[in-house]
Structure formats: structure tokens, C-alpha cells
Design a protein around this ligand. Structure first.
Ligand SMILES: CC(C)(COP(=O)(O)OP(=O)(O)OC[C@H]1O[C@@H](n2cnc3c(N)ncnc32)[C@H](O)[C@@H]1OP(=O)(O)O)[C@@H](O)C(=O)NCCC(=O)NCCS
Length: 167
């Protein structure tokens, strides 16, 4: 997709982010969540997320986002972000996810974070391809990590160390 631009997300992006996340929830490929979010839940992210990045298409519309939440409340893990990345259905496969992840990695580095981690369903080929493309390592597989629509599902653990912040 031409003219993509990534920037820190703003509170005013919450309705668009909600819509995009809810498409991902509906598609059943990305998350164990099954209940659609409401905008106030996404607005709350702006109070506690480590970073939220939005990608705009050429028309200034939010086409995707990436968010990193604290991995753990423990101080020793304060530099680890647990992230997710979602792209509007009609915008997938055109570089939006990559733009969101590049911006997230840059933001994490700027904030002194030393690692990004996530979990991906093994069936989610697009997400695994994006992670590989962005330099994430597959650490292993959580077996039977949760149930989605009554079926036990595995999760591939992915991580990317931000070497610049290991000092
Ligand atoms: C997964 C997702 C974020 C990827 O974003 P995207 O904008 O569609 O991906 P991009 O166009 O930036 O492509 C990035 C890489 O993934 C590859 N890819 C994208 N879609 C793919 C698909 N359906 N199958 C295989 N590879 C795919 C691209 O070829 C590209 O790799 P390359 O640069 O080596 O060629 C997006 O498809 C999405 O939102 N899916 C639903 C929600 C989701 O699964 N989120 C991830 C939760 S862990």
C-alpha cells in the first residue's frame, strides 16, 4: 500500500483501533479473545501501555496498529513488552503490519526496552511470516495454552531482543 506512515497513536484513534481489533477477534486466527471490545477499553490502554503505534494509509485512515503492554508487573521485567499487531481486513498483505512493527521496534528501542515478546497461533501464517521478516525468533510452542471456541490451541512464542538496550 502506498503512502503508509506510522506514528504514535492518539486517544482519538481509539475507535479505529477498536474496530480493527474486533475484526481480528471475529476472524478467530489471532487471539483467544471472543468478546468484541468497546472503545472505552481501548482508551484505557493509553493509561498503561508501553507503546501504541498507528499506521495511516494515504487517506489518513488508521489501517493498523501495534501495541506493547507490560509483560509483567515485576520490576525485573520492566523492559519487556508483550505486543500485538492488527491490520484492517481490507488492508492486509500490503505492508501495514510491517510498518506497524518497524515503528513499534523503534519506539521500544527509544524507550530503553530490551525485549518484545508475543504468542502466535501456529495456523497464523501471516503473523508468523511477519515476525520472521521482522527478526523475531521462535522460542518454542506452548501446547494446549488455552481454548478457543471449545478447542485447545497451541501458541508459538516469539521474541526479539533489542540489543542496543542490553547494556
Ligand atoms: C498478521 C498481520 C498483522 C500481518 O500484517 P500485514 O499487513 O497483513 O502483513 P504485511 O503485508 O506487512 O506482510 C509482512 C510479511 O508477512 C507476509 N505475509 C503477509 N500476509 C501473509 C499471508 N497471508 N501468508 C503468508 N505470508 C504473509 C508478507 O509476505 C511479508 O513477508 P515478506 O516481506 O517476507 O514478503 C495481518 O495480516 C493481520 O492483522 N491479521 C489478523 C490479526 C492477526 O493475526 N494479528 C497478529 C496476532 S499475533
Amino acid at each position: 500500500m502506498k503512502h503508509l506512515s506510522a506514528r504514535p497513536a492518539r486517544l482519538a484513534d481509539a475507535p479505529a483501533i477498536t474496530e480493527i481489533y474486533n475484526q481480528g477477534i471475529e476472524d478467530r486466527i489471532a487471539t483467544f479473545e471472543t468478546e468484541p471490545r468497546v472503545v472505552s477499553q481501548i482508551e484505557a490502554w493509553f493509561g498503561h501501555a508501553l507503546a501504541i503505534l498507528a499506521v495511516e494509509d494515504g487517506d489518513g485512515r488508521v489501517a493498523g496498529y501495534a501495541v506493547a503492554h507490560p509483560y509483567s508487573p515485576r520490576d525485573c521485567y520492566r523492559g519487556i513488552g508483550e505486543f500485538s499487531v492488527y491490520v484492517r481486513r481490507e488492508a492486509r498483505g500490503r505492508g501495514v503490519g510491517q510498518a506497524a512493527m518497524e515503528a513499534l521496534i523503534a519506539a521500544a528501542e527509544a524507550k530503553g526496552m530490551w525485549k518484545l515478546v508475543s504468542r502466535v497461533f501456529p495456523e497464523n501464517r501471516a503473523s508468523l511470516a511477519l515476525m520472521a521478516r521482522m527478526g523475531f525468533e521462535e522460542i518454542g510452542v506452548h501446547r494446549n495454552h488455552g481454548k478457543l471456541d471449545g478447542a485447545w490451541r497451541d501458541n508459538v512464542i516469539v521474541e526479539r531482543v533489542i540489543a542496543a538496550n542490553l547494556d
